[in-house]
Write a protein that binds this ligand. Structure first.
Ligand code: PLP
Length: 495
């Protein structure tokens, strides 16, 4: 069927493999070739068209890099199911996801900040909050104790005493985590990347909450994986949609943030945590739990990580220390189901051999001496103050029709603008007034405009919070006015 439709010209300026690629590309996009259709084997197609095998190989490779076909080893090349066309289109090219230069930078994890910028964009602590003296003491103690050993290569899984102290810190009641389960990593971002390397092959599917953390989107994209979005609501991921997508796409894993989800700040209900684990067991799918912030809760609810509720070894737990400790130290850990030990260890070794031993040793002392707990309490107090400053300012100044749900903790608020106003427009207007935040569009794997935006209070001194909110309010009101004017114009009768 396909062969009859292809017309190649040997006299054309365009190379044959490009002609073949372009025609197949057209047919797949127009659904002339259905999903999961097996393309003709390379040799057979080459023979029928009177061209070299290599020509067909090159055309198929290009289609594969577009995500339009996928290959099964030993079986052949198949057409991707494009029912979720836009879903897959957004997965290949990071730069395409926004027209705005600055938003592109945010997409790449970079934000340009001027001297006087009020920065609601970064969710990173300000430097004066870092426990510099405590850490200096811990470093000195390690150097006096371990001398040059602190500077050797550390074992790839991590300094054993640190794994022991993390296991003790993490085990609650009967939920025990063993030092053998723990893999030290250089930041949670590396953890996400390692999991992607260990579990994902080109064309594999995985599920993310929608919206989700941009760093995870980038890591999964870099593996050429198909990112399937499932909406998140106030009490967690939408389970009915999740189950449908699991059945349809058979994802390798579900990446989620049950506590203070980035960017929404939502927390899963206890019932949803249990249901999610049930689904993971039923369909034998793994869960990647990114716990970057559980300690920063300002409410009453106990927020147990999924890992501690997981009785069937389904959860890969990634724990960052960046938001409470010091992000520049690049320290975090993974706890993985036994079946993944070897793959994860190999991926870590390939990435950077090991996380610096000196830092691991100092952090071990830090945990054993209980300074970590002290730091958590201190950070919680500091951030709680900023949180309430923000909440009060928003309640006082933002127009009523801006929707938001106050989070129970964390560092960010997630807002929805009224119909007809895009966060990108607000972003541009605020940028001119030196106020920076993140428009919602960057938190989705597929390019789209968004009415949502995220404001973080992590990197902003309390005295600037109100000033910043007032500036954003002015911009919102200006856009609302413009909207009303446009509406009047478009509905004026032509009489
Ligand atoms: C949800 C989430 N996961 C992981 C990370 C990366 O953390 P780390 O500094 O430990 O690499 C971040 C950073 O902001 C984050 O927001």
């Amino acid at each position: 069927m396909v062969v009859e439709l292809i017309k190649l010209s040997k006299t054309s300026d365009q190379p044959l493999y490009l002609q073949l690629y372009n025609q197949l590309h057209e047919m797949i996009k127009n659904r002339q070739i259905p999903a999961d259709y097996k393309l003709p084997p390379i040799r057979k197609l080459a023979k029928k068209l009177g061209i070299n095998n290599v020509t067909v190989v090159n055309a198929y490779k290009l289609l594969e890099s577009d995500g339009l076909v996928y290959s099964k080893i030993g079986s052949g090349t198949y057409v991707t199911d494009l029912e979720n066309k836009e879903l897959f289109e957004g997965n290949s090219v990071l730069e395409e996801s926004s027209d705005f230069e600055e938003v592109k930078l945010i997409n790449q994890g970079q934000i340009e900040i001027g001297e006087n910028t009020i920065n609601f964009a970064s969710a990173t602590p300000t430097p004066e909050l870092f426990p510099v003296d405590d850490f200096k003491n811990a470093l000195n103690e390690v150097l006096d104790r371990d001398k040059g050993f602190a500077f050797g290569y550390q074992e790839s899984q991590g300094f054993y005493p640190l794994r022991e102290s993390i296991a003790t810190y993490l085990s609650v009641g009967t939920s025990k985590i063993e030092p053998e389960d723990i893999q030290i990593i250089s930041g949670a971002q590396q953890g996400i990347d390692i999991i992607a390397k260990a579990l994902l092959n080109y064309g594999d599917c995985l599920v993310v909450e929608s919206p989700t953390y941009t760093g995870a989107i980038a890591a999964f994209r870099s593996r050429g994986a198909h990112i399937i979005e499932v909406p998140i609501e106030q009490d967690g991921i939408k389970l009915d949609i999740l189950e449908d997508k699991i059945k349809k796409f058979r994802p390798k894993f579900i990446y989620c943030m049950p506590n203070f989800q980035n960017p929404t700040g939502y927390c899963y209900s206890y019932a949803k945590r249990k249901e999610l684990l049930k689904l993971a067991t039923k369909y034998e799918v793994l869960i990647v739990e990114d716990d970057y912030l559980t300690e920063l809760d300002y409410g009453e609810r106990e927020l147990l990580p999924l890992k501690l509720l997981d009785t069937n070894d389904r959860v890969i737990y990634i724990k960052s220390f960046s938001k409470i400790f010091m992000p520049g130290l690049r320290l975090a850990f993974l706890s993985v189901p036994q079946e993944l030990y070897e793959g994860v260890l190999a991926a870590k070794h390939i990435s950077d051999i090991s996380t610096p031993g000196l830092i691991q040793r100092a952090f071990d002392l830090y945990l054993r001496k209980g300074i970590w707990q002290k730091q958590i309490s201190y950070m919680r107090e500091v951030y709680k103050e900023r949180y309430y400053k923000m909440l009060n300012a928003v309640r006082q100044y933002f127009p009523q029709d801006i929707e938001f749900i106050p989070p129970e903790g964390g560092l960010t608020f997630w807002f929805k603008l009224p119909e007809g106003i895009l966060a990108q427009d607000l972003y541009e207007d605020c940028l001119e007034k030196d106020v920076l935040f993140i428009p919602g569009s960057v938190f989705y794997p597929t390019p789209r405009s968004s009415q949502h935006f995220r404001l973080s209070f992590a990197a902003i001194y309390p005295e600037y919070i109100e000033a910043g909110i007032r500036i954003i309010t002015k911009s919102i009101n200006k856009l609302l006015k413009g909207k009303k004017k446009n509406r009047t114009k478009s509905y004026t009768p032509l009489l």
